[in-house]
Ligand binder design. Structure first.
Ligand code: PHE
Length: 457
């Protein structure tokens, strides 16, 4: 790609705001509101959050910057990018990893997207406020056969409709609206939770680290979650990076995205744990902090029920949860569709149809693994959990490792810095650019390998 030349054949996001919104739309999703809180619960609270924040700042933000840069330089999907940048097609073997990771994530993500859609529908009909036991209601629903599949199908259908309309019309416009609504609602829910008596126990759980809880497993989960939450390591951000303008300030945009994403994750924690502890205290039972994937679907409706205008809040919350899930899911599908369009020369619509069918096929197995197929386990995990852990903790982190190794092997420091500085057009301080290079070249790879070794040793 020639320096400073915008590839006119490829679609572009309109402006900085559009870029940030689309990438933040990809980043902010079920990972923040659904996955982050339950991992915090399972991994000891504040200690997990601390590791998460360190990983975010020193490993994941530099990788986010690098991934966007590789996308913009190559103007390609993740599969073809490495070969295109080096002129050596052997690198495409690495590209396969990204395609596999995207398909795995897309397939379990749409199942949870389907759950959100179902809860949104129940909120609209006000049936959600009439349930007495949210825990068994949730497990009955996800372990049934047809209903979750219908919702998964509908959720993927929405995805496909937006993807088929292209980058600017579909993805960018849609992502803008949802973010603001989501933010307002989570703040509202958090404030309500904090007002309940007993909520300070939840704040302690979130913010007072117990260092004895940190072990290899916690570190791997925190690293995997940081990757998952930023949508890095599977080429999705690289693909979005290929649509951005040559005048974009990548460092600035990436910092905004990582900042917003982290903020939303912590905010979701504050929306859930104080209320969880308070409600458990009122009922005189132990808080279900390790509730796993059901946490958001079980705790929050309970909180809403006790709120004035809880019915309306439920509608707004589950609507924004569904929309947040949708913007992330769109980016996953777009990553795969871009591969089909660029590499297999398929039309956008055909590519969209293929990803829809593939995600629904594998998604069906994920959904059934909560019910009919629950006996079938892989390394002790049901299929859904297996795909979830495999993609975040292994595929994404390996994908991130390849991105930083590739960059430090094939790009000279000056070229990397020149690219981040838009060939001298920006005035980003030199020390900042130098530090990013050090993080990319030394800190990130060692941290990723170190975290893995810590589980073995
Ligand atoms: N970051 C998204 C979320 O937090 C999930 C995601 C992962 C999206 C990987 C794209 C790629 O929900």
């Amino acid at each position: 790609m020639g320096k400073g030349v915008v590839n006119n054949e490829r679609e572009n996001f309109k402006n900085r705001f559009g870029v940030i919104v689309a990438m933040a739309g990809s980043a902010i999703g079920l990972g923040n509101i659904w996955r982050f809180p339950y991992l915090v619960g399972q991994n000891g609270g504040a200690a997990f959050i601390l590791i998460y924040l360190l990983m975010m700042a020193f490993v994941c933000l530099p990788i986010l910057i690098t991934e966007i840069t590789l996308g913009r330089r190559s103007r390609s999907n993740a599969f073809g990018a490495f070969g295109k940048l080096t002129g050596n097609n052997k690198w495409n073997y690495a590209g396969i990893l990204y395609v596999i990771a995207t398909v795995c994530i897309m397939s379990f993500y749409c199942v949870v997207g389907g759950w959100s859609l179902k809860y949104m529908a129940d909120a609209f009909t006000f049936t959600i406020g009439q349930i007495s036991d949210y825990s068994s209601h949730f497990s009955d629903f996800i372990s049934s056969t047809t209903p979750p599949l219908v919702y998964t199908f509908l959720f993927l259908g929405l995805d496909a409709l937006i993807i088929a309309s292209g980058v600017r019309n579909g993805i960018e416009r849609f992502s803008k609206i949802m973010m603001i609504v989501l933010f307002a609602i989570i703040v509202l829910v958090a404030v309500r939770g904090l007002m309940l008596t007993g909520s300070n126990e939840g704040m302690k759980f979130l913010f007072k680290p117990d260092f004895s809880k940190i072990d290899g497993k916690v570190m791997v989960s925190a690293l995997g979650q940081a990757f998952f939450s930023l949508s890095i390591g599977c080429g999705v951000i690289l693909t979005y990076g290929s649509y951005i303008n040559d005048n974009e300030n990548i460092v600035k945009s990436a910092s905004w995205i990582a900042g917003l994403d982290t903020f939303f994750a912590i905010l979701s924690g504050v929306a859930i744990f104080p209320a969880l502890f308070a409600i458990a205290g009122m009922k005189g039972i132990a808080p279900e902090i390790e509730a796993g994937p059901g946490l958001v679907f079980i705790t929050l409706p309970d909180i809403f029920k006790s709120m004035p205008l809880g019915g309306i809040v439920s509608i707004l919350f589950f609507m924004s949860l569904m929309l947040a899930a949708l913007t992330s899911s769109i980016s996953q599908m777009e990553g795969f569709v871009a591969f089909l369009i660029d590499e297999l020369k398929l039309k956008r619509r055909t590519g969209t149809a293929i990803s829809f069918l593939l995600a629904f096929g594998i998604g069906t197995l994920c959904s059934l693994s909560f019910g009919t197929l629950s006996e079938w386990t892989i390394f002790g995990n049901r299929f859904f959990d297996f795909l979830d852990k495999l993609s975040s903790n292994i595929l994404l982190t390996c994908g991130g490792l390849i991105i930083v190794l590739f960059t430090s092997w094939t790009l000279k420091k000056d070229d990397f810095i020149d690219e981040l500085n838009n060939h001298g057009k920006l005035d980003t301080p030199r020390w900042l650019l130098d530090s990013i290079w050090i993080l990319v070249k030394y800190i990130a790879p060692f941290a990723i390998v170190g975290v893995f070794l810590s589980t073995i040793l």
